[in-house]
Design a protein around this ligand. Structure first.
Ligand code: GAP
Length: 465
């Protein structure tokens, strides 16, 4: 196993051990492709969402947030093309019922399977490499023919006849909620082009082989912006949006060497340009973190045709009516979460020969801003003073940990693994009985350097800010 293989395994294990991410429905043996965020994970996830919203809504003048209902009219997914075209090629091993996603299997043996290829073309390629694919999956090679498997997840909402005649789908992508509310935003907020809409929403896909932890799930969350622009006049905006998204990752402390742009070679028929921001994940290597797409007028044109509702925009400057083009950014928050953890994960050799694991998370992302401890938990005076400091910092920051478990060394190790930037310890000097000059000061330990310094309680909040 290479170093980087090891690193991803270690991150997944730390994420479970320290309450970041648990396998879904674990006590029942698990639910493939679904993960639950634990107490520390939900804090990190919420911090990512909060900073994404700040960068994409609050820091802009003309971006409007929405939070659309999960269930949508069945025609929405016809208009978007999902009912007819949102599929992955699948084969099944007749002997073991193992299902494989054909394009990914071909990729794994060095063959690029184009998204636009027909089932017949994929079948030909699959037949050529069947033995190799069977071998790498430990299968006999007795496969069913390749078929297209639709990834939309059906529900029985409103299906009182129980006949499944017109299924209501769970969202295959979150952005449809934005398109459905574009007219509402035009009518209520009267924005002028170019303007944007933003949403964080869940998506569900019947992924054939969910894998790589949070990377390919059946349930996940997407943070999307859709910028509505004048047709054909968007190259500058597209470039600005692309760069702003890259800069945002770097502003969160992600190493720029682990980020890159990649342009799509094969565009879907309606797109005029498409890029990915890729992250260099341990084990996986470079793979898509976020998609940035020029979707032309496809989405609004489709919804206008299928709904019969006029979705054109009246340009107040020219008096022209047209369907705006859409520039989309869409990041899966699980992939973002995995990239943040991977980038912050360090193992460091200590002087005593032991290794410490530390998450060097940006302070705005860390689940806890600071942890507060009494040096000894069985000394009431220390505990009382530590409680005072804890209450004061909690009022200031909110996300403050109380940690009195084990000795101080163990607490530091634990908080390092959670990524808490500072630990504050209330000790006998704080009480000032033998060292009056240190009364009402505390030890503050820095996560990244391990250095400790004395800070007056009165200055503590400022110091931590
Ligand atoms: N509205 C455009 C759209 O949904 P996409 O490339 O299918 O495009 C956008 O998805 C982002 O959602 C991806 O860049 C990725 O971060 C995330 N994503 C897609 N499929 C995913 C899955 N099965 N599990 C986790 N994240 C996923």
């Amino acid at each position: 196993m290479s170093d980087s293989d090891n690193k991803m395994d270690k991150i997944v294990s730390l994420a479970k051990r320290r309450g970041f991410v648990f396998p879904g429905s674990e006590i029942y043996g698990g639910q493939a492709g679904v993960y639950d965020f634990g107490p520390n994970g939900v804090e990190l996830l919420n911090n990512i969402k909060r900073l994404w919203w700040k960068a994409n809504v609050y820091d802009k003048e003309n971006v409007y947030g929405v939070d659309a209902g999960m269930f949508k009219h069945p025609r929405v997914w016809d208009a978007s093309g999902h009912t007819s075209g949102f599929s992955d090629p699948i084969v099944e091993c007749r002997d073991t019922q193992t299902r494989l996603r054909v394009d990914k299997e071909l990729e794994a043996v060095g063959v690029t399977a184009d998204e636009k290829m027909s089932v017949e073309e994929l079948q030909t390629l699959f037949d050529e490499h069947k033995d190799e694919i069977a071998k790498r999956n430990n299968l006999s090679g007795n496969f069913t023919p390749v078929r297209a498997f639709n990834l939309l997840v059906k529900s029985n909402l409103g299906d009182f006849m129980d006949d499944g005649a017109e299924p209501v789908y769970l969202p295959g992508e979150a952005c449809q909620g934005i398109y459905l509310n574009y007219k509402n935003v035009l009518d209520t907020m009267s924005p002028k082009l170019p303007f944007g809409m933003a949403q964080i929403g869940k998506a569900f896909r019947n992924e054939i082989s969910p894998r790589n932890w949070l990377f390919r799930c059946r349930e996940f969350e997407q943070a999307d912006t859709q910028t509505f622009v004048k047709p054909n006049e968007n190259k500058t905006e597209f470039e600005q949006i692309k760069q702003a998204r890259m800069d945002w990752y770097v502003s969160l402390g992600i190493n720029p060497d682990n980020l890159r742009f990649k342009q799509h070679d094969n565009l879907v028929f309606y797109a005029s340009d498409a890029w990915d921001i890729e992250y260099n994940y341990p084990t996986l290597g470079w793979d898509e973190l976020e998609g940035i797409h020029d979707r032309t007028d496809y989405d609004l044109k489709q919804h206008m045709e299928f709904s019969g509702t006029d979705l054109t925009y009246l340009d107040p400057d020219t008096n022209e009516r047209y369907i705006p083009w859409i520039l989309e950014t869409s990041v899966g928050l699980g992939r973002m979460f995995a990239a943040v953890l991977a980038d912050a994960y360090y193992e460091e050799e200590l002087e005593d020969g032991k290794t410490r694991t530390v998450l060097k998370l940006h302070p705005d992302l860390a689940p806890y801003r600071v942890a507060v401890s009494p040096l000894l938990k069985n000394k009431p005076q220390l505990v009382e003073k530590a409680r005072e400091v804890f209450t004061m910092l909690k009022a200031e920051f909110g996300n403050v940990a109380w940690d009195d478990n084990g000795n101080v060394g163990k607490r530091y190790r634990r908080q390092d693994e959670i990524g808490t930037p500072h630990c504050v310890v209330i000790d006998f000097d704080t009480l000032g009985e033998e060292t009056p000059e240190l009364k009402d000061t505390v030890t503050v330990r820095d996560r990244d350097t391990g250095e400790q310094q004395r800070v007056a309680i009165a200055d503590l909040a400022n110091f931590l800010q």
